[in-house]
Design a protein around this ligand. Sequence first.
Ligand SMILES: *Cc1c(COP(=O)(O)O)cnc(C)c1O
Length: 424
Amino acid sequence: MQTFEKHESAVRSYIRDFPAIFTTASGHHVYDEDGRRYIDFFAGAGVLNYGHNNPRLKEKVIAYLAGDGIVHSLDMATDAKRTFLDTFFDRILRPRGLNYKVQFPGPTGTNAVEAALKLARKVTGRHLVVGFTNGFHGMTLGSLSVTGNGTKRGGAGIPLSHALHMPFCGYHGDGVDTLKVFERYLADSGSGIDLPAAVIVETVQGEGGINVGSVAWLRELERLCRRHDIVLIVDDIQMGCGRTGPFFSFEIAGIKPDIVCLSKSIGGYGLPMALTLIAPRLDQWSPGEHNGTFRGNNVAFVAATEAIEAYWSDNAFELDTLRKGKRVATRLDKIAGMRPDLIATRRGRGLIQGLVFNDGATAGQAARTAFSHGLIIETAGPQGEVLKIMPPLTIDDEALAAGLDIIARTVESMAPTRGIDKVA
Ligand SMILES: *Cc1c(COP(=O)(O)O)cnc(C)c1O
């Protein structure tokens, strides 16, 4: 770790949570330089839905590189990009009754969000964008302005303006329909709130603590946007590409967002790639009005195409994710039931599940202990109080059970109640 402490900026973070030097990885296993093997319940924060070094994708990537295929192309036409666009349309969009123009922004998630916000403002001529409490959309200023987390927002160093946060589904408890609050603001010309250009939402909030937007809530949000002519942006960067079961996380609600942001697992192999999907009537960019140098990562296009062919030609992968998600949920409910003094509840959808601890310190300790037992797992939520279960979707049942066993053992062994500390 000396090299990192000596040379790398203090901004480094995951390295602090997972103090090992990693060398190789395969599927749901990661190895460090001491030869220790870890089960991966982190999946590169959602980048590795198809596992590390997926052999089908790797074969295509190696063949493409060996054949001197174009690697970098800005946004020029390449055969790799054409194949990706055709495959994405034929296998993903058309079967779902969706029609979007595909914008290739820069290669990261926040690039996809910035493009979406900019376009929504351009098309509507309005400035305000509404995000939700505990939403997470990235670290550049536009994305940060619609992100909830106070520490991250504080890093901006300037006021984050032209954005407003409304309460997410369930924010005020089960009894309160948070969209009623929002709707009332919009309907009342005395509310002091300008008509927004757009609303940006995650169907399940990843970084914000695995808060699940209910189907009814998502449908009502779409209706609200339609009623007021507001652009609906779904940030599917973490929950898309099958994390919750279907390719798009919003499919369960049957809604059709105006703009969809994808990144993380879209590149398939862990290669940087992002997409901003735009309803054709909103595609009012003029050529080059928004651009970026790294929009043509052809190796990522090759891997992305093969990932779609391999996993999205039928619905078997989706069903398998839902089956595994149920197994995880059942087991986590049991674990939560064992230690009501530590754990408040379990929540999630598909293969994104959260074990909600009573406080962040305990959840953090659980993650660290689990790591010492060979499980890579992180926490989420405003206080880091949610242990976040996010394995590659390709994980086999045996490793899934082994990872859950580690969580069970970890939780079982934890000291009882926080109350005692307070007295002492
Ligand atoms: C990770 C993430 C982003 C930001 O992606 P980067 O590649 O880190 O810029 C945006 N939105 C959501 C929902 C994410 O999970």
